[in-house]
Design a binder for this molecule. Structure first.
Ligand SMILES: Cc1cc2nc3c(=O)[nH]c(=O)nc-3n(C[C@H](O)[C@H](O)[C@H](O)COP(=O)(O)O)c2cc1C
Length: 411
């Protein structure tokens, strides 16, 4: 029987072998990110840090949010048929899109009013995208201008257009994007009129946010956001800054009133022809939701379409975009490139869409949650995690390159 002293020594040694204290992280952003292992974690962090009205503007969808939920649910329904013993020692998720090589099949979607999540807004996202080598799509309704974004990013950049009633203004923006080196034009076609977003309506949400009693309290509860918002220069629709006739956001407006008064609901396939006549580079139609329209897009000679319902923010009960991939690829996959947009929350989602035949995915909220949670470093973090996820998933299903990522790997 060992003596008491020896028993105590053994216990202490056992305890020492299992006790591992992580070094204390003094940087608060790093501390936050270390615990954010998924997009869902980043969403929770953003929800805590952003005023409720701002979070709801980012997070919400149209009406009963059925399409918003359906976009992600469609990914959950697809399962893998993993193959094994296929040498996945070196996984390469690189691909090409619109003729340009990309490190992985992903594009950052256009999101209006990004500075509401973080004062650096579009500049932060564009810099992070450039570091990752991924295309960043700047929204027409951005809060940093076409030129400001070009000045901070030498990565691939796309410009998204909404068609204003004033075609001269649209042409001028397209010319500015061409001069500033944007590589592709994305015409959003699902916003003939503005979708009804119940969360924003309930709160009377406007851009920039109006300070009423409710917002004031919300601001007090979220001091970090409020302090940053107050210190930064005012948020404006930067691409139309100073243009009184269209309103540049100096006065608070509801987005619905703005879009319904400024954007042209008579937009038609003729306008697609007109856009093609004023833009030399590749054109992407974003917001295609049926095979019939995908066929018309191919006939119109566009280079790519984004299957998109605006992240469930426009027409509720529109189809989940992932469900459109197979029929659209089968109908027009040999004539144009197909991007799947909406609901991506994991790298494995991107792998599923690409296996079904999409060329790439567009991702919106995932980077906005990250921006709201931890600013520019948050965006770096989420882009890195999605990349790691894509590589791991490809290894686990036995596809070491994008050409080997075929439809038989999903069910
Ligand atoms: C806050 C927010 C603002 C958006 N603004 C625009 C916009 O200005 N133009 C546009 O074409 N799409 C816009 N979208 C839609 C996105 O481009 C994209 O279609 C959508 O976010 C994809 O769904 P996901 O968020 O589930 O990835 C916006 C989306 C969000 C969440």
């Amino acid at each position: 029987m060992p003596g008491l002293g020896s028993r105590i020594r053994t216990r202490i040694e056992t305890l020492r072998s299992v006790l591992h204290f992580r070094p204390i992280e003094l940087d608060p952003v790093q501390r936050r990110l270390a615990r954010a292992v998924s997009v869902a974690d980043l969403r929770r962090l953003a929800r805590r840090r952003l005023p409720r009205g701002v979070f709801d503007y980012i997070d919400g969808g149209a009406e009963d949010e059925r399409t918003l939920a359906a976009n992600s649910a469609a990914y959950a329904r697809v399962t893998f048929r993993p193959r094994v013993l296929r040498d996945v020692g070196a996984v390469d998720p690189s691909t090409t899109l619109l003729g340009r090589p990309l490190p992985m099949p992903m594009v950052l979607a256009p999101t209006g009013f990004t500075r509401i999540a973080d004062p650096e807004g579009e500049l932060a996202v564009a810099r992070a995208a450039a570091r990752a080598g991924l295309p960043y799509t700047l929204s027409t309704l951005s809060t940093r201008s076409i030129e400001e974004v070009a000045a901070v990013s030498d990565g691939p950049k796309w410009f998204q257009v909404y068609v204003w009633r004033d075609r001269g203004l649209v042409k001028e923006m397209i010319d500015r994007a061409a001069r500033a080196g944007y590589e592709a034009l994305v015409l959003t076609v699902d916003t003939a009129v503005f979708g009804r977003r119940d969360r924003d309506l309930r709160r009377g949400f406007s851009l920039p946010p109006k300070i009423g009693l409710e917002t004031l309290l919300d601001g007090v509860i979220h001091p970090a956001w409020t302090w940053a918002f107050v210190r930064a220069d005012p948020i404006r629709f930067a691409n139309v800054s100073g243009q009184e006739a269209v309103g540049d956001g100096s006065d608070a407006v509801s987005l619905a009133d703005y879009i319904n008064s400024q954007f042209d609901p008579t937009l038609s396939w003729h306008d697609v022809e007109w856009i093609r006549s004023v833009w030399d580079g590749p054109l992407v139609l974003k917001g295609i939701q049926t095979v019939d329209d995908a066929v018309l897009a191919a006939e119109a000679g566009v280079q790519a379409i984004a299957l998109s319902n605006h992240g469930g923010r426009q027409l509720d009960s529109a189809p989940a975009t992932l469900d459109l991939v197979v029929p659209v690829v089968d109908a027009v996959g040999d004539r144009l490139e197909i991007i799947c947009d909406g609901g991506v929350r994991r790298g494995s989602d991107i792998v599923k869409a690409v296996a079904l035949g999409a060329r790439a995915c567009m991702v919106g909220r995932a980077y906005l949650y990250a921006l709201g949670a931890a600013g520019e470093r948050g965006v770096d973090h989420v882009l890195r995690s999605l990349d790691t996820d894509v590589r791991r998933t490809m290894a686990l299903i036995g596809a070491r390159s994008i050409p080997l990522l075929t439809r038989d790997l999903v069910a």
